[in-house]
Design a protein around this ligand. Structure first.
Ligand SMILES: Nc1ncnc2c1ncn2[C@@H]1O[C@H](COP(=O)(O)OP(=O)(O)OP(=O)(O)O)[C@@H](O)[C@H]1O
Length: 253
């Protein structure tokens, strides 16, 4: 039975004397559902995520969390002071919550090591990791909390195209395996749409939302992303090739 993990009702937010950053937002996130939040720069995506996670209090409106909600958050970037000797293993351990986790720390680390291929990174200082390695470690840190909602803020930013594709595959593989919901800010709709249940197109207000098939003809969606139907047709007609040929789909469109 699916449950509503987060419900936001009539959210408005204003920073200081500026105009509204968010204007009457209503939305729900449901267990096991993959939601992708899209919108231009400055549309209010990060603000909305902070409000949904109760990191930021909205100017008006209500956010309610299911009592069972457990969030794993993967930030867009992380600044680690290079003078701080923090190994990957220690960094992951700091994210572990012994009170609420059904597993012990060593089991959780061993599982993540196997699923995300982290073994050779465990002893390395976090600040020495490459862009792709750091994103994998940030994903591991979000997952070590055993979340039922994984929140990802532009998870592939700053990494090369092939690694982007691999990281998205890893994220969706983990989502299916762990049966958790995802809320993701992403501009890479051509890479994520196959796995997205709900798209929310934000530009201070919700311009349109629903399945991609439902919103792809909406004028606000077309204005931002253009016609996605070539990608969709390709995915629908070439299902066996999807796993390996996302980049090709993009190139052929
Ligand atoms: N702490 C803050 N103080 C003042 N204004 C802010 C603050 N954070 C965000 N804003 C403003 O609120 C608006 C929405 O910003 P937000 O970062 O939520 O947008 P975004 O859609 O996540 O943007 P991007 O895609 O560029 O990351 C912008 O105009 C931004 O300048």
């Amino acid at each position: 039975m699916e449950k509503t993990l987060i419900h936001a009702q009539d959210i408005c937010h204003r920073y200081g004397q500026q105009g509204l950053a968010l204007d009457h937002i209503n939305l729900s996130l449901t267990s096991n559902q993959v939601t992708t939040l899209i919108g231009p720069n400055g549309a209010g995506k990060s603000t909305l995520v902070k409000i949904l996670l109760k990191i930021l209090t909205p100017s008006s409106g209500q956010v309610s969390h299911h009592p069972d909600l457990r969030v794993g958050f993967m930030p867009q970037k992380l600044f680690i002071d290079p003078t701080l000797p923090l190994s990957v293993q220690r960094f992951l351990t700091l994210g572990f919550d012994a009170q609420s986790s059904p597993k012990n720390l060593n089991t959780a680390l061993a599982e993540l090591n196997e699923q995300l291929a982290l073994d050779h990174l465990f002893k390395q200082p976090v600040h020495s990791l490459s862009g792709g390695e750091l994103q994998r470690v940030l994903l591991a840190r979000a997952l070590i909390r055993e979340p039922n909602l994984l929140v990802l803020d532009e998870p592939v930013q700053g990494i090369d195209l092939q690694s982007q594709h691999q990281l998205y595959q890893l994220i969706y593989q983990q989502q299916r395996q762990r049966r958790c919901a995802i809320l993701m800010i992403s501009h890479d709709l051509h890479l994520v749409m196959k796995n997205t249940d709900q798209v929310i197109c934000l530009n201070r207000h919700v311009c349109c939302s629903g399945s991609l098939a439902h919103i792809q003809d909406h004028p606000d969606f077309l204005a931002q992303f253009g016609d996605m139907s070539p990608y969709q047709a390709w995915y629908q007609h070439q299902p066996h090739h999807c796993e390996h040929n996302h980049m090709d789909a993009k190139d052929h469109a």
